[in-house]
Write a protein of this length. Sequence first.
Length: 728
Amino acid sequence: MIEIVNIFTTKLYITAINLTLLFMKYFEKVLYTTSLITSLSMYSFSQIRNDGKDSLISFKISELKAVWNLDNDISRQENKYESYSNIPKLFKISSTDIVSDDQYIKNVNDARIKLLKQDVGLEGIANYSQNFNPGFNTDDNLLYHFRYQVGLDWDILSGGLIENRYKQKILKNENAIIGLTPKTKINNGEDYIAISHKIIYSFNIHKIKVLEKRQQIIDDKMSVANELYLLKHLSRLNLLEIMQQQVDVGSMNRIYKSYNDELKMKMNVDSLPKDILPVFDVDFSQFLIADSIGLKTKGNDTILKLETENLKLAHKPLSDIKLNANLRFNYYDLVSTDLYSRNFMSAGLSLAVPIPLRIKANKNLVAAQTRLLQFEQKEGSKTKQTDLLNSFYEFRYKLKQYSNFYEKRKKYEELIRIERVKEKFNDLEFNPLTALNLLDEMLSVDIEMLDIQQQMYLQLLDIHSKAPSADIEIIIKPYKMDTLSMSHEKMNRSMYVWSEAQTKYGSSYVSEYLRLNKISTAIISLKKDQSNRTEALSLINKLNSKGVKVELLVGSNKLLTDNNPNAYFDELTKGLDLKALSSLHLDVEPHTMSDWETNKDEYLKKYHELLKTAKSYCSQKGLQLSVSIPVFYPEETLKEIYGQADKVYIMAYEHNDADYIVRKVKEEFAIDAGKTIVALRAKDFKNRNECEKLISELSQLLNTTNFAMHDLETFVKLDEESVNQNQK
């Protein structure tokens, strides 16, 4: 029985253990499942949170893009400038205030001359004497109760008639000297300051406009940057940089506005220029011929003579001698018992001569003072000229600074243009914050340029105050910025677009690139097997819609020996709307043949025949004929080419020296400059700036605006290299 119980107990215990194990396993599964569910829930929440954060960041970046799209075109906006004829108006004196200090001095001198004319040295005199205790019983007539005298005194020499005539002559000479001395209102301190205020006020107006634009962009950027910083998507350093921009713009804005607000109440701002005053240069040769700089002029010689004459008049020997004549009526009330009074007339003459007379000493003094005047005039001329040269140097230094900033602005324009292209084609490298920073930096350069212009005008004021007789209208001259963008805006540019580039970039990219680079004519090529015909047609249509002319390139050297070139032309233009083309562009190169050196004349003859055929074909189809040729064809061949072609592209490759190219193309330009287009190759330049600088130089040297770029793909690469160099 006991054994049975023990067995039962043992089984029950085992069962309990098994149940416990089963429960533990079940509970473990529940825990695992709960843990799994919790983990999955946490993962889902984290994923939702991250997705929300990314969406918010994307939304904020899209806001920055919107700011960029709104403002990026300011890099292409051109400033409005005042006419050069308005510059002198800034320095003119008000007609209501034309009397100068010199005029006041002349008025005083004239009054003195009138006074001296009336003063002939004659004086009326009277005197009375009373004796209180005269003596008695004396016959001395000098003893009297009282006496009085009336009469005339006449100073003839010193202090009288003759000396007054000398003084009149001296004053007249002083007036003549004033008339010969150049007069200008800006010699007066108040007028100088008034003109400088007008200059500063005029430029502050435009600085404030640029600052307001900067402020707007920075504020828009700042509101988004704060949130990106909180989302850990923008570094604190970048945020601090934007905050620093805010502080700089705000402080500058307050300075310019407070200055203008103060002046607005004191000047007629409506008379000031409305647009930006133009950049100018100064013709220093005009100063060298101005009387005022102290060179040997008739006016200065006359002044010296008058000053010498005044020295002689002031030291006349007669001025040291006193000669006086007098006439008296005398009346005495005498003490005498015989006579109670006595009256009589008297006359006298007095002479006083200094000992020694000092005639020779006076002559020596006059001679010494004359030499001093000559020396002072000569040294004054040198000092004025040196001072003027220093001012001119300062002006030219400011002009150089302006040119440097102008080039700097062009660099930013190019960087902004590249960002615009990146954004247009959804390039992953496009960063709207970086692009907006470029805009801000460009606008800060604009303010620097305005400030330097202001300094140039103030320097002109300083120069004019030192050379007042030099007319502002004559001494200033237009300043042509020898920079790439000016030529970029005004040039008629063509660009070769090879079939490979059409396939690589697509019609949208190509058309946008040509538009941004202001290409007016595209030279489009087809592959030999015409496999890119569809792409080419799409590109031609798109370019036509953008107003870009299209020349269809014909580039087969086999045409030199082809008996029927027209069949080739028909095959090439098959399916094309000829109205979409402006020209056939013949790019046949006989000079690339292996036996060119030995059969040059024969090849040129065949080329000439091909030109005639091509010209006839183009005339029938309503097209023009363009050709590309090297720089070394003989003059006779050139004349034949120009006789057939409407446009001649001169391939000035392998050299980026302007003087070399000018020498090489002088024959072509002599035949017909209007037909000639200078073609340049991207491979010949280290960066885009080099290319644009050469275009600007050639434009001036050859007096042409017609250039072609070879070719789109290599210029895209050149742009990329330029960007990399700028970033470094």
